[in-house]
Structures are given as structure tokens and as C-alpha cells.
Design a protein around this ligand. Structure first.
Ligand code: ZN
Length: 102
């Protein structure tokens, strides 16, 4: 997967920079800024990757459908699947039909 290779490259670049003598860099300030930029990019990628596969869980609570992100929704008949709802209108994640909490 391309994104995994990108993350591995970023992690390797950070590790290399952190292990390099600072005298080899243009300045301590620039060195620190480069490390900080790489770390920020890697963290942003990790957050995006973590959210990528996530779903919003919906369950039927009697008349109402509720979701893990706080949606309370009523269909005239049936549920999300039968009404063509594939994505949550609040959080935008794909809907996963879950068990009604006891
Ligand atoms: Zn949602």
C-alpha cells in the first residue's frame, strides 16, 4: 500500500534526522523545524489512516435509529439499508448496522 510506504519513509527520515549530528544541518533552528515538520506530517497521516477505515454504527432503538456519533433518525419504513443510506449524514462515515445496546 502506497500510504504505508509514505509513512515508513517519513518515520525513517525523522529517525535519520534525530540521529544526525546537528553540526551537519544548516542551523539548529532549521534542523528542529525540519524534524517538527516531518513529525507533524507523520502524525497527520496516522490520524487520516485511523479514520479511513472507521464506520459509524447505527442501531434500531424501537421507532428510532441512533448512531455512535449521536444521530437520532426516523425512517418512514424499514432502516438505513432499505432506504439507500450508505453514509452517515452527520459524521460522513460509512454506516455499519450494529446491535441495539441493552
Ligand atoms: Zn455518524
Amino acid at each position: 500500500m502506497t500510504t504505508v510506504r509514505i509513512a515508513a519513509s517519513l518515520a525513517a527520515a525523522i529517525s535519520l534526522l534525530e540521529r544526525s549530528p546537528k553540526t551537519g544541518a544548516p542551523s539548529d533552528t532549521m534542523f528542529d523545524m525540519m524534524v517538527a515538520d516531518y513529525k507533524k506530517a507523520l502524525q497527520e497521516w496516522r490520524v487520516a489512516e485511523a479514520n479511513c477505515g472507521a464506520t459509524c454504527e447505527w442501531w434500531n432503538d424501537g421507532e428510532m435509529w441512533e448512531s455512535s456519533c449521536g444521530v437520532a433518525y426516523v425512517f418512514n419504513s424499514d432502516g438505513p439499508e432499505d432506504n439507500g443510506h450508505r453514509f452517515c449524514h452527520k459524521c460522513g462515515k460509512p454506516i455499519a448496522i450494529g446491535e441495539t445496546p441493552k
